[in-house]
Write a protein of this length. Structure first.
Ligand code: ADP
Ligand code: MG
Length: 334
């Protein structure tokens, strides 16, 4: 089977009843099997709509969604909505029985025909999601992150080929998120699962995704490897989604020594560095934001404020005069 025929959308459009603007417009994509594809976009850009179309929870008005070359049935055509080879996990963990133990919440989804297979598979997914030690705990007492792990274990127990995640980590503490993200990567690596995830957390999509799709107003505006999209985005919109970047008008860019015909100039914080030893110290430190191993400095010149990365914490204090060296920028007309 070639990559192109795993999960495909062909010019898919969907407008919700009574809405004037389309949820998604003429979307075509090829999901690569056994990889993590992340979909990012601002709120209302059509991420959840696209995910539901891929899963078969919504029928497209136009175009087709194909899984291994076969059209995915919509909710009108299927008794239990959603493609049988896929499972979806969202933020809400309502499917959990809070009065039952973690083990039972997961095992209940396996048939009783082969009890030893059921036990073996349940303990395997508990292990994959690092929740074996919670097996006999009542779901009621779990943290948000633990509940999310159980929800994913429930989705995976029947070995779906595709796992769809719609911003499932929003309720999970940042410190626990990374572990869960790593575990999902490991599962993809070990089992060949295909993951399609929606997220608006740049750190999450950059570290997890093999392929990134950027949605704006229901359309794909660019797609590619996260590193490529981060380092060389084709759109200002993409840069803003992926970084806490500085956006300067042409006139303000000129005041920073950048001459361009483009409308907007983007400077990532790590592309601008303070240097104290220069004579032309025309920037003033307005804020020092401690980030652990580095600081973000907000520096100011006239009307212009720049966020710049300083990897020598404590070197500068409020009111210090500094020179800012801009090492790289992007210019955009869109
Ligand atoms: P996202 O997940 O990126 O926030 P959605 O796919 O939920 O975006 O929504 C895309 C567009 O479709 C938005 O304009 C939204 O208001 C609209 N929309 C989403 N769900 C519905 C619905 N059930 N009924 C009507 N409009 C909807
Ligand atoms: Mg959504």
């Amino acid at each position: 089977m070639s990559d192109t025929s795993f999960l495909q959308a062909l010019a898919v459009s969907k407008t919700y009843p009574g809405e004037r603007v389309a949820g998604v417009k003429r979307i075509s994509l090829n999901i690569k099997p056994q990889k993590i594809t992340a979909i990012i976009g601002e709120s209302g850009s059509g991420k959840s709509t696209l995910l539901r179309l891929l899963y078969g929870l919504l029928s497209p008005d136009d175009g087709r969604v194909l899984f291994k070359g076969e059209r995915i049935w919509g909710p009108e055509e299927k008794l239990i909505p959603g493609h049988d080879a896929m499972k979806m996990v969202t933020q809400d963990t309502d499917g959990l029985n809070l009065y039952a133990k973690v083990w039972d919440n997961i095992a209940v989804l396996m048939p009783n025909t082969d009890v030893s297979a059921k036990e073996e598979r349940t303990s395997q997914v508990l292990q994959q999601l690092n929740i074996l030690k919670l097996a006999s705990k009542q779901a009621f007492f779990l943290s948000g992150g633990e509940k999310q792990r159980v929800a994913i274990a429930r989705a995976l127990i029947t070995r779906p080929e595709v796992l769809l995640l719609d911003e499932p980590f929003n309720q999970v503490d940042t410190s626990f998120r990374e572990g869960l993200q790593q575990d999902i990567r490991q599962i993809v690596h070990d089992t060949g699962l295909t993951v399609i995830m929606v997220s608006h957390d740049p750190a999450e999509v950059l570290s997890m995704a093999d392929e990134l799709i950027v949605l704006k107003d229901g359309e794909i505006i660019e797609a590619g490897h996260p590193k490529t999209l981060y380092q060389a985005p084709q759109n200002l919109y993409t840069a803003k989604l992926l970084t806490n970047c500085n956006v300067l008008s042409q006139a303000n860019a000129a005041l920073c020594g950048i001459s361009t015909k483009a409308a907007d100039v983007v400077i990532y914080p790590e592309w601008a560095a303070p240097t104290g030893s220069w004579t032309r110290k025309d920037w003033t430190v307005k804020q020092v934001l401690f980030k652990g191993n580095h600081e973000d400095l907000l520096v100011n010149k006239g009307d212009i404020t720049l966020r710049v990365l300083n990897d020598e914490p404590d070197k500068y204090k409020l009111g210090d005069k500094v020179h800012i060296k801009i090492n790289k920028y992007l210019a955009f007309d869109n």
